[in-house]
Design a protein around this ligand. Structure first.
Ligand SMILES: Nc1nc2c(c(=O)[nH]1)N[C@H]1C(S)=C(S)[C@@H](COP(=O)(O)OP(=O)(O)OC[C@H]3O[C@@H](n4cnc5c(N)ncnc54)[C@H](O)[C@@H]3O)O[C@H]1N2
Ligand code: MOO
Length: 395
């Protein structure tokens, strides 16, 4: 049997970061920056007011109360500014440029709010409520480095430095396909021997949660030719394919039967529980990676977290690796088969104690849904006593 680490190593040696492309800001969320972004101008571009109030000379408000004539009104966006002479005040709004001559801003709350003249009750030192040009970013300064995932704030600063388009590694497009003659799409009635297809929903959601775009094709039956046809149809829009089911030892294993003859996809037993039967390889001239995951719902989910997620990180241009673990103590004794790495489902509390959920079968999806962690027991561990130290993957 192949080790979990060897299987992941082969996957990571095969998948490649997606080629960079230029996208509009609207399409940049969740992508990975593939260039350095810098600002052509200082930000803010000019000294401006941090508050609604009055721009004055600090010397004129050293002794208060004082009443000054209001010689102008400046809103944000104003460009014709009158200089503030000695003894003058200019009404100013947040974000408006500070007029020449003024060196401080008195918030409106410290005044009577006058428009022809203003009575100022409190004095302020020079520089009060003034945001200086370049205080956020200097002209030419790099604001984002390649390899940064673009979230809302990163998108904001790209727009904030005036860029309309940006070069990124895109979100991988992942086609998700489940197989099994027993599968019925949720919302439809079950016939004898049928179950609702949950894996295609779980896996396409896991794809999205991993920062990629999932296209849920739904389920195909047990016919290898129909499976290949469906795959062919969808391959053009895929950077990767994830399938579930049809990979073990049964009489009807469409994924294994269809892909094995291609010679580019291998089916192996990986020393883990759940998730032992795994297929991985590449398809077509573009060598699109395909992950053929086992059909048991918990098995396919755990397989996704261990193998597909790191591969998607690599495709996104992020440092890939196994899921991070944290140290915990188990609330109950645990068992694991010798020679296999186990991923038991558990609930990790704020106190660092993890309680295995009831129902550790690889078909028990409700138990997985109740869990927030996978308890990892290494290959050489067969038992852990109550209170024993374990590593867990947060879900
Ligand atoms: N003789 C052996 N039998 C099995 C072995 C083995 O080594 N020797 N391995 C077992 C293990 S471990 C697993 S895991 C499963 C993997 O089976 P397949 O990947 O071939 O998947 P299926 O047979 O199609 O389905 C397994 C199970 O999962 C249910 N399923 C499948 N697809 C879905 C879906 N989209 N949504 C919800 N549930 C799904 C399916 O009904 C089956 O109950 O093989 C063991 N057998
Ligand atoms: O290894 Mo299978 O993935 O448990 O049930």
């Amino acid at each position: 049997m192949r080790s979990v680490d060897a299987h992941l190593a082969e996957i990571l040696a095969t998948v490649r970061p997606l080629a960079p492309l230029e996208v509009d800001l609207e399409g940049a969320l969740g992508t990975t920056l593939a260039e350095e972004v810098s600002s052509p101008v200082p930000l803010p571009p000019f000294d401006n007011s941090a508050m609604d109030g009055y721009a004055v000379r600090a010397a004129d408000v050293a002794a208060v109360p004082v009443t000054l004539p209001v010689i102008d009104d400046v809103a944000a966006g104003s460009d014709e500014l009158r200089a503030v002479g000695p003894g003058h005040a200019v009404r100013i709004m947040t974000g408006a440029p500070v007029p020449a001559g003024a060196d401080t801003v008195i918030p409106v709350e410290w005044t009577d709010g006058g428009t022809a003249s203003v009575r100022i009750e409190r004095s302020a030192a020079a520089g009060n409520a003034i945001r200086r040009a370049g205080e956020d970013v200097q002209a030419g300064e790099v604001v984002l480095k390649p390899g940064t995932v673009i979230g809302p704030a990163q998108l904001g600063i790209i727009a904030g430095v005036g860029r309309r388009r940006v070069t990124v590694r895109p979100r991988p497009r992942v086609v998700v396909l489940s197989t099994g003659a027993e599968l019925v799409d949720p919302g439809n009635p079950l016939g004898p021997g049928q179950i609702w297809d949950s894996n295609s929903y779980t896996l396409s959601a896991a794809v999205r949660a991993a920062g990629a775009d999932g296209f849920r094709v739904g389920s195909v039956g047990d016919d290898p030719a129909a499976f290949l046809d469906t795959l062919d149809t969808h391959l053009v829009r895929a950077d990767a394919v994830v399938t579930s089911g049809g990979v073990s030892m049964g009489a009807y294993e469409p994924v294994k039967e269809a892909l094995t003859p291609l010679g580019t996809v291998r089916f192996e037993k990986v020393a883990m529980q759940p998730g032992m039967p795994q297929g991985f390889g590449v398809l077509g001239d573009d060598r699109v990676p395909i992950f053929a995951l086992p059909g048991n719902p918990v098995s396919s989910f755990v397989s996704f977290m261990l193998f597909v997620r790191p591969a998607l990180d690599r495709m996104r241009g992020l440092p890939p690796g196994p899921p991070a673990t944290v140290a915990a103590r188990t609330a109950a004794p645990l068992r694991s088969p010798a020679g296999k790495r186990s991923f038991l489902r558990g609930v990790l509390g704020a106190d660092g104690v993890v309680a295995p959920v009831h129902g550790q079968g690889s078909h028990q999806l409700a138990a997985l849904a109740a869990a927030n962690a996978l308890i990892v027991l290494p290959e050489d561990v067969t038992e852990v006593p109550e209170g024993g130290a374990v590593e867990v993957i947060r879900l």
